[in-house]
Each structure stands twice: as C-alpha cells, then as structure tokens.
Design a protein around this ligand. Structure first.
Ligand code: NAD
Ligand code: UFG
Length: 355
C-alpha cells in the first residue's frame, strides 16, 4: 500500500516508516516539524538504504498544502500521528491543543474523503480510559474522565472518527490505543528527542544517566502498587510500529476477525475499530530504574517526590484482541526497552543535530 504518514518525522512515526517499508509498503510524510527534526527522516532512509522518504513540510491544518500532497500522490490509507502531545503544556495551552489536534484532524479527514481515501489509523492513547474501571484494561472498559486537554483531544477525536465511519460505511477507522512507548530502533540512529525537560519517565532516566540532569524525581511512592510507585505498560516503539503494519490488514476486503467473541467470523466484515497496543505487563517506576541500571551498568540517582497531579496508580492492558484479530503481539521485553533507549541516548546525547 502507499500510506500517508502524518507526523512521520516524530518518535513513533519515524519508527513506523521503517516497519512499513520493510513490509513492502511505501509512504509519504506530512509533518510541520513543530516537534521533530528532518534529520530523523534522513536517518530512516539510511537505515532502509533508500535515497529518501518523500516528505512535505506541511501543517495538517493547511488545506491547500494537503490538497497539493493529494494531487501528487494516490494513497491507500493514512496513518495519522500528527498532533501535540505534551500533557502539562496542554493544561497551559488548551486552545492550541484543541485547535491543532482536533482542527488538524478535521481538515485532514475532509481532504482525505474529497480524494476518496477513507482508510485511517489514528494514534489514540490509554489516557482515554481515565482512571480505568478494570485492570488489565480491555477494549470493553468504558472510557473515563481525562485529566488534561491533551487526553480530551484523543477521546473526542475517537468519537469524531467513529461517527464519521457510522455515517459513511465507506470509511474504515482503526483506533490504536497506545500504552507507554519507550525504546528506540536497535541501530541507535533514531529515537525519542524531547524538547526541553522531558515529561516522560524513560527520556528522563536516559538524560540522568548521560549526565544532562542530576537526578530523577520519582513522583510518589505511596500508591497502592507493589513498591508504591506508579505502574505502567511500557511498550518498545519497534513493537508499536509493527502494530501499525498489522493494522493495515483491516483495510483489506479479505480482512477476517478470526476468533472474536463480539463479532461473527465472516469475510468482508467491517473491521472492529479499537485495539489496545501494549504488552500486558505492568512495571513500576522503580522496576524501570532498576532494569536500566542492571542492563546498562549506568548510574541513575533518584529521589522520591510528591505525586504528580493527574497521575493514576496502575495502567496496563490486556492486548489479547490485537493478537486474536491482527496476529500482532509485542515481542520485546523490559531489558530490550532499557537497552535500546540507552543506546539511542548514548549515541545522541544532544538528540538530532541541526539539519
Ligand atoms: P511526536 O511529537 O514525536 O510526533 C508527532 C509529530 O507530529 C511531530 O513530528 C510533530 O512535528 C507533528 N505535528 C504536530 N502537529 C502537527 C500539525 N498540525 N501538522 C503536521 N504535523 C504536526 O510524538 P509521538 O510520540 O511520535 O506521538 C505520535 C502520536 O501518538 C501523537 O498523536 C501522540 O499524541 C500519540 N501518542 C503518543 C504517546 C507517547 O507516549 N509518545 C502515547 C499515546 C499516544
Ligand atoms: N514518572 C516519574 N518521574 C518522571 C516522569 C514520570 O516518576 O520524571 C512516573 C509517573 O508518575 C508515572 C510513570 O512514571 O507513574 C510514567 O509516566 P510518563 O509521564 O512516562 O507516562 P504517563 O503514563 O503519565 O503518560 C504517557 C503519555 C501520555 C499517554 C499515556 C498512555 O505521556 O500521553 O502514557 O499512553 F496518554
């Protein structure tokens, strides 16, 4: 298939490009580079030994810019990563988050349908479950109250896309709810490159280990978890990238749901739209720190800080649906995750160079 990858210069998008090409697909990237660096795309092409990844420096809110891309390419599907994702920033700048994420997606989807491309995989998040009603979280778990505008953009966009599919059965919408992506491509050439002080645990750990930050603050050790620190479902970004390739099969007219209890197994079935993408294992903050130190032999000083507003104690999924219906499951364990995160950070202490 030829895939439009919005946000393809970003962390998850760049890794997904590699898996797409290695599975025989081609891709065109649209990114406004608001949170990424085009060097990532150069390195993706190097890893793949191809001259370049077709790239448009276009904002998905720019209708004319998107029209030009669609005039020059025919797409079978879109994998839609583009969006702002910093939880804390979204609390400070809610308008910017709703306008970028929701406004951008509405424009994108409109241009897609004008050009007859009605297959979309959307980057959703475990955040839509709020404080989850059940652990491990299945796709049947009700959506919850998000604690920040970023989370609400994901929750609202899920609804927007499902309503569009309901109104026009020509659409095929797949919502992938990611748990906590970490790690990097094993080459160490691409990885997570946060701007400023990292919000997320793993880039914070790697920046402490490389000497850029003094110590990790562990946000709370009085949660109702085995060691008191927050538990999450960390997933290697390469496994997450492969989940997108697996999800493309939903767009084939032969897509079959092999063993779902919720839907009969018949040919030409409309794809069931929602998949949890995690490993099914929960690790605490201290589990991650200890694994990082054990596997990499690096030092990660930490101290216990107060809880972070909006955090929940435990969040991990049951990924059985993705395995049963897409034949996808995570293959990398915690040691691979901490090794590859460190390999990227060590080789690129300042992230990507200026283009
Ligand atoms: P990222 O910031 O590295 O990538 C997002 C990309 O989108 C960036 O390259 C950015 O420049 C681009 N972008 C943003 N707004 C744009 C716009 N208006 N037009 C064009 N490009 C735009 O983030 P990521 O970690 O790769 O996340 C990818 C997607 O997955 C996002 O939608 C994010 O919300 C979602 N997600 C991420 C996580 C996570 O922990 N990383 C978890 C759940 C869901
Ligand atoms: N943590 C620390 N110190 C830090 C950073 C994080 O102790 O410096 C702890 C948090 O309190 C939490 C765990 O590490 O217990 C994970 O925190 P992250 O910020 O890495 O991840 P979250 O689970 O809070 O959220 C992430 C993304 C969201 C996404 C969610 C589910 O930031 O966008 O995963 O996919 F929605």
């Amino acid at each position: 298939m030829n895939i439009l990858v919005t946000g393809g210069a970003g962390f998850i998008g760049s890794h997904t490009l590699i898996e797409l090409y290695q599975a025989g697909h081609t891709a065109v990237v649209v990114d406004n580079l608001s949170n990424s660096n085009p060097v990532a795309l150069k390195r993706v092409a190097e890893i793949l030994s191809i001259p370049a990844i077709p790239f448009y420096h276009v904002d998905i809110r720019d209708r004319e810019g998107l029209e030009k891309v669609f005039a020059e390419h025919k797409f079978d599907a879109c994998i839609h990563f583009a969006g702002l994702k910093a939880v804390g920033e979204s609390v400070e700048k809610p308008w910017e988050y709703y306008e970028n994420n929701i406004g951008g997606t509405l424009t994108l989807v409109d241009v897609m349908r004008m050009h007859g491309c009605k297959n979309i995989i959307f980057s959703s998040s475990a955040t839509v479950y709020g404080d989850p009603a059940e652990i491990p979280i299945t796709e049947n778990c009700p959506k919850g109250q998000c604690t920040n505008p970023y989370g609400w953009t994901k929750s609202m966009l899920e609804q927007v896309l499902m309503d569009i599919q309901k109104a026009d059965p020509g659409w095929n919408v797949v919502l992938l709810r990611y748990f906590n992506p970490v790690g990097a491509h094993p080459s160490g050439r691409i990885g997570e490159n946060p701007n400023g002080i990292p919000n997320n645990l793993m880039p914070y750990i790697t920046q402490v280990a490389v000497g850029k930050r003094k110590e990790l603050g562990v946000f709370g050790n009085d949660y109702d978890t085995p060691d008191g620190t927050g538990v999450r479902d960390y997933i290697h970004v390469v496994d997450l990238a492969k989940a997108h390739v697996a999800a493309l099969q939903c767009f084939s007219s032969k897509f079959q749901v092999p063993s779902s209890k919720s839907q009969p197994s018949t040919l030409n079935l409309k794809p069931s739209t929602i998949y949890n993408i995690g490993t099914g294992h929960g690790y605490s903050v201290l589990d991650m720190v200890k694994a990082f130190v054990r596997v990499n032999g690096a030092d990660v000083p930490y101290s216990i800080k107060p809880r972070r507003a909006g955090d929940i104690a435990t969040c991990y999924c049951n990924p059985a649906k993705a395995k049963a219906e897409l034949g996808w499951e995570a293959k990398h364990g915690i040691d691979d995750m901490v090794r590859d995160s460190w390999n990227w950070q060590r080789n690129n202490p300042e992230g990507y160079p200026e283009p």
